[in-house]
Ligand binder design. Sequence first.
Ligand code: HMG
Ligand code: MG
Length: 295
Amino acid sequence: MNSPVRIVEVGPRDGLQNEKAIVPATVKIELIRRLIQSGLKSVEVTSFVSPKWVPQMADNTEVLTAVLKEYSANPQLSFPVLTPNVKGMESAIEAGAKEVAIFAAASESFSQKNINCSIAESLQRFEPLMQMAIDHNIKVRGYVSCIVQCPYEGEVSPQATANVTKALHDLGCYEVSLGDTVGAGNPSSISRAIEACAAYVPVAQLAGHYHDTGLQAIANIRASLDLGVRVFDSSVAGLGGCPYAPGAAGNVATEKVLALMNELGFETGVDALALKACAEWIRGQIQLVKQGNLR
Ligand code: HMG
Ligand code: MG
């Protein structure tokens, strides 16, 4: 095989947004440095959401500007940030973002709980944001949450997921990442969701974003690979969850994804030992923050 798989590291955002302890910006910046040193090329660094909703990401400007300053000379690296609305987009642009991610849900209740509006309203909100992205030459990635299961409504139909995926693609997202937010998917349900989306969006423009609550994420990635998906989101040390998805565990650990890709012969460019050391380091740092020994 040896065909490439792209890993989008989401630990600094999806991981740390769900840590009760607020990790200092200096630690986040060092984490991103270590992730890049391990060979990762796409690292989602923060989110420009309301600090009242997610205080863990309130240092978004400090983190993004520091990272962009350090790596501006390397065009192969990307540092996407979440933007839920025009206000978030304005702040991201001011901080120098070159790539953003918009996020919608396949379930109405989750959309309300997560971003305080309906699915249709969220898509409308993204329209002016997409225009800003064009004006500033910014790439836009899309997320669909709750692709198989919603923490408030239960099962989500493949067609509901496909409709939102298509809408994000039609809006101009270069890639849509399919989120099993609560980690309740299995290879059958994830495959049905991907197949439904693939009726509207080329598989090459779909990514898998699987939380590992049910310990099925690696099996789900295998099933996704079988269907041609070649981009996967993961968090170093399996950090993460979503503050608005109660009980959801972290993203699948980047170390586990890397081990699978190495086993199957897919190229990622990531060094397993450096990544393992990075995972141990961030676990230690979070422990220090929790003990009150690091602020
Ligand atoms: P809202 O309260 O409806 O917003 O929140 P609003 O427009 O009514 O504004 C209320 C206040 O928030 C105002 O301030 C605004 O200025 C401010 P005030 O006048 O009261 O002082 N505000 C903002 N401040 C900073 N940045 C902004 C912003 N927008 C408004 N961008 C909003 C709506 C979308 C802002 C809110 O619901 C929010 O921030 N939600 C984000 C929740 C979140 O981050 N969830 C986790 C990320 S999604 C995820 O993890 C899933 C994913 O991983 C995929 C998967 O696993 O499925 C991506
Ligand atoms: Mg997530």
